[in-house]
Design a protein around this ligand. Structure first.
Ligand code: GDP
Length: 434
């Protein structure tokens, strides 16, 4: 007999909610409609109420004293009984505890299974679930702030209003269809219906202007170093990344290719690229390097144009997304450095203020609020359906069907999803243990 795998949405599951590796502490989360007695004995929580406990877990004769949190149903994130174990973050110990949990019949959670149960047990709405996911993924405070509206239900409020308006138009159309003779459509009524639909269409279009889909920004934060040979680009690159990665030499034209490295400024990752520099090419290899420089500059978020003398930097014009940097400040007259962003790649002077400037220039606040990609796609689809014009004798039937489709779409933004496939799609994007 063929066995069909069915996702059980209430059996006992566990997940390591913190990254696997060595750390002071880690969190192993357990949830289930009912948790096995053997497990509750192991963590010393048989018949315990909600609370924080210190328990000694014994594994292979080794006793680890750890904090255990108990959230009996229904007062928990998933609505089920949740236990959080916080042992020391030793991979051997963590692996052992996970084996023990499996011996009690617990299975490893799928990605997003905790959040999915939370949704299925009416603890969180679908958009709260999705905003948890993007909050974990967001890469800067600017993104986190742009997600606030989505998280707090601002979008849901506007979507619900549009859905409400469209629902009353749909009722109006349906009553028209009921009462009019076949093919005999009242033109005045049709006109008023079209006007109402048009208002909703405009409201939806406005959402597409006010919101943008959250996307992992792989290209965000690309900083390119450019300038004449020997101004100290490679040295500055090394000073920024804090390692001798690029080749530094007195000879002009030694950086023949683009060298990339990531640096983290206040928790945000930026990619720094050292280039061959813009100069007259003397060899084929260098020519290729120069072509790559132009490419790198064109696609970067910020170009640091490096100079090593005051007269040249004074005459230079700044373009958009460019920062003029005066290097070798240790060799220059200190009295003349005022008004320039001066650094010394050799002594490290000014490097931290340069990093600070990079952060401020790249991390501009978002003009549009962010929502999950799925939600944005639904908004786009809905707007598209509403804007496609229906005509002919069965115009009202067509309109009614379009409105039903749009209402379904909008409903999938704010909740009410019970389709296992759609739920799977949403929650599989989550982290394990969330
Ligand atoms: P690039 O061709 O622009 O990449 O320049 P390099 O980084 O290879 O540097 C060219 C030369 O300038 C090397 O001898 C470096 O040691 C020197 N140099 C770079 N930055 C500084 C600095 O801030 N101060 C001093 N005194 N020398 C520097």
């Amino acid at each position: 007999m063929e066995v069909v795998a069915v996702v059980n949405d209430s059996d006992p599951i566990y997940a390591l909610s913190t990254p696997y590796g060595r750390s002071a502490l880690c969190i192993i989360r357990v949830t289930g409609a009912s948790l096995p007695k053997g497990f509750l004995e192991y963590v010393g929580l048989v018949d315990e109420k909600k609370g924080v406990f210190v328990r000694s877990l014994v594994n292979e004769g080794f006793k680890d004293s750890c904090v255990v949190l108990n959230f009996p149903a229904p007062d928990s994130f998933t609505g089920e009984h949740i236990v959080e174990i916080q042992p020391h973050g030793n991979p051997v110990l963590v692996k052992k505890i996970m084996d023990v949990l499996e011996s009690f019949g617990l299975r490893k959670a799928e990605a997003g299974e905790f959040a999915k149960r939370s949704y299925l047990n009416n603890k969180i709405s679908i958009q709260e679930a999705e905003s948890i996911m993007v909050t974990v993924e967001a890469e800067s405070f600017e993104q986190l702030n742009a997600l606030n509206d989505f998280k707090e239900g601002g979008l849901a409020g506007r979507v619900n209003k549009i859905a409400e308006d469209l629902r009353s138009v749909l009722i109006e159309i349906e009553s028209q269809l009921d009462f009019s003779d076949e093919g005999d459509v009242n033109l005045v009524e049709t006109d008023s219906i079209e006007k109402q639909i048009h208002v909703s269409e405009e409201n939806l279009m406005q959402l597409l202007v006010d919101y943008a889909p959250y996307e992992k920004e792989e290209t965000r934060g690309r900083v390119v170093l450019a300038g004449k040979p020997n101004v100290g680009k490679s040295s500055l690159f090394n000073a920024l990344v804090g390692a001798d990665v690029a080749i530094v030499s007195d000879e002009a034209g030694t950086t023949r290719d683009v060298v990339r490295k990531n640096i983290v400024i206040e928790g945000v990752e930026y990619q720094i690229e050292d280039t061959a520099g813009i100069r007259e090419a003397k060899g084929v290899i260098e020519e290729k390097g120069i072509a790559k420089t132009s490419e790198a500059i064109a696609s970067s978020d910020l170009t640091l144009r490096v100079f090593d003398n005051i007269s040249e930097i004074s005459g230079a014009k700044t373009n958009k997304n460019e920062l003029l940097v005066l290097n070798k400040s240790d060799l220059l007259d200190k009295a003349k450095l005022d008004g320039f962003l001066s650094v010394s790649a050799i002594t490290g002077d000014g490097i931290s203020s340069l990093k600070e400037k990079i952060r401020k220039l790249i991390d501009v606040p978002y003009e549009r609020k962010l929502v999950s990609e799925r939600v944005f796609d639904k908004l786009e689809e809905s707007a598209q359906v509403l804007s496609s014009k229906a005509s002919g004798s069965d115009v009202l039937e067509l309109r009614a069907q379009q409105l039903r489709d749009v209402l379904n779409n909008l409903n999938e933004i704010t909740g009410g999803i019970d389709n296992e496939e759609i739920l799977g799609e949403i929650f599989s994007k989550f982290c394990i243990g969330k």
